[in-house]
Ligand binder design. Structure first.
Ligand SMILES: Nc1nc2c(ncn2[C@@H]2O[C@H](COP(=O)(O)OP(=O)(O)OP(=O)(O)O)[C@@H](O)[C@H]2O)c(=O)[nH]1
Length: 303
C-alpha cells in the first residue's frame, strides 16, 4: 500500500459561516461536524478523513485563528498557523455573496506571510446565491490579491463543484501510505472524541502526577444490538513505572477515570457506553510522538 497510494493533510480555512462544516459533511460524511466542539486540546483538530480514489485526505482546521480584531503581526500569524503549517494543502473558503471581506483580507495577509510553503487553493462557496458575472469578477479580484494555485466555484450545500475540488486535492497530496485504515474512517471522529474524553479525565485526575508522555487511543469500537456501544481504549505510557500512577492503589485511579469518562461519553453520544481501559507501555515513544506531531496532533501532556 505504499507506491500506489497517496495521503496528505488539507487545512480548510475561512471565516465563520463560510461553509466549512457543510463542505466537510459533503466530502466526508455527516458525522464530521460533531467533532468540531469537542476535540479542542489538540493543536490542529482533525475534522474528518475521506478517500478519493487511491488518495486519503485528512482535513484539519485551526479554530478561532482567523478572526483577528486588529492587524495581525507576523509572530502572531505564524503562531496562529499551528497545525495548518503542517498541512500539504490549504483551502481558503469564502462566500460568493460577501466577496473579499475584511476577514478574508486578514486571512490573505496571513497567507502572504507564509507564501510558497504550501499550495493554497481558493474555493468560492455558495455560488447558488449569486449571478455568474459576479463570480468571475470575484475570482479575478481574489487572484489579484493572492496567487491561488487553483480556484473552485462551489456550492457546498447543493454539491456543485465539490467532486472537482476533492479530485484536485487528491491529485496534490504526496505518494505514501494512508494514515488511517479505510474501515475506520466512518467512525473516526467518534473514536477521537472518545479518546479525547478519557485523556481529559486522566488530566483532571492526575494533575502534575501525570506521566509526561501519555496517549489514549481507541482500539476498538463495537456497536451492540441494544443500541449501546463497547469502546476499548489503550492508555499508552512511556515508562513502566508510570503504569502504577495511572492504575492507582488497587486500580482505584483507573476505575474513577473510567467511570467519569464513560459517563461523559454516554452523555455526549446519547446512548449507553461500555468502556474498557487498558494501560500499556509504548517504548518506541519518541518515533510515535514524531509521527503524531507530523500529523498536526499534539498528544503530549504536561506542558
Ligand atoms: N446558500 C448556501 N448556503 C450554504 C452553502 N454552504 C453552506 N451554507 C450555509 O451557510 C451556513 C454556515 O455553514 P457552516 O458549514 O456551518 O459554516 P462554517 O464555516 O463551518 O462555520 P463555523 O463553524 O462558524 O466556522 C449554514 O447555514 C449553511 O447551510 C452553500 O453552498 N449555499
Amino acid at each position: 500500500m505504499t507506491e500506489e497510494t497517496q495521503a496528505g493533510f488539507v487545512a480548510l480555512i475561512g471565516e465563520p459561516n463560510a461553509g466549512k462544516s457543510t463542505l466537510l459533511n459533503r466530502m466526508v460524511g455527516a458525522k464530521v461536524s460533531i467533532v468540531t466542539h469537542k476535540v479542542q486540546t489538540t493543536r490542529a483538530r482533525i475534522r474528518g478523513v475521506c478517500m478519493a480514489g487511491t488518495a486519503q485526505l485528512v482535513f484539519v482546521d485551526t479554530p478561532g485563528i482567523f478572526r483577528p480584531r486588529r492587524r495581525l503581526d507576523r509572530a502572531m500569524v505564524s503562531a496562529a498557523w499551528g497545525g495548518a503549517a503542517d498541512a500539504d494543502i490549504v483551502v481558503l473558503l469564502i462566500e460568493a455573496h460577501r466577496g473579499l471581506t475584511e476577514g478574508a483580507k486578514a486571512i490573505i495577509e496571513a497567507l502572504k506571510a507564509r507564501e510558497g510553503t504550501q499550495p493554497v487553493a481558493l474555493a468560492i462557496n455558495k455560488i447558488d446565491r449569486v449571478k455568474a458575472e459576479r463570480l468571475l469578477a470575484l475570482a479575478e479580484e481574489m487572484n489579484a490579491a493572492f496567487p491561488f494555485a487553483k480556484t473552485f466555484m462551489i456550492s457546498a450545500e447543493k454539491g456543485y463543484g465539490v467532486d472537482d475540488l476533492r479530485d484536485w486535492l487528491a491529485s496534490q497530496v504526496p505518494a505514501g501510505p494512508w494514515f488511517y485504515p479505510e474501515d475506520q474512517i466512518a467512525d473516526l471522529p467518534m473514536r477521537m472524541i472518545a479518546a479525547e474524553i478519557t485523556r481529559e479525565k486522566l488530566t483532571l485526575r492526575l494533575h502534575e502526577e501525570l506521566p509526561y508522555q501519555l496517549t489514549v487511543e481507541t482500539e476498538r469500537w463495537e456497536e451492540k444490538p441494544d443500541g449501546s456501544a463497547r469502546i476499548d481504549q489503550i492508555i499508552y505510557v512511556s515508562r513502566d513505572g508510570h503504569k502504577g500512577i495511572v492504575l492507582g492503589k488497587g486500580g482505584e485511579t483507573i476505575k474513577a477515570i473510567s467511570t467519569a469518562a464513560r459517563a461523559e461519553m454516554a452523555e455526549f453520544m446519547g446512548r449507553p457506553i461500555h468502556l474498557f481501559l487498558q494501560v500499556k507501555l509504548r517504548e518506541n515513544w519518541q518515533e510515535e510522538a514524531e509521527r503524531y506531531t507530523e500529523m498536526g496532533l499534539d498528544f503530549k501532556d504536561g506542558d
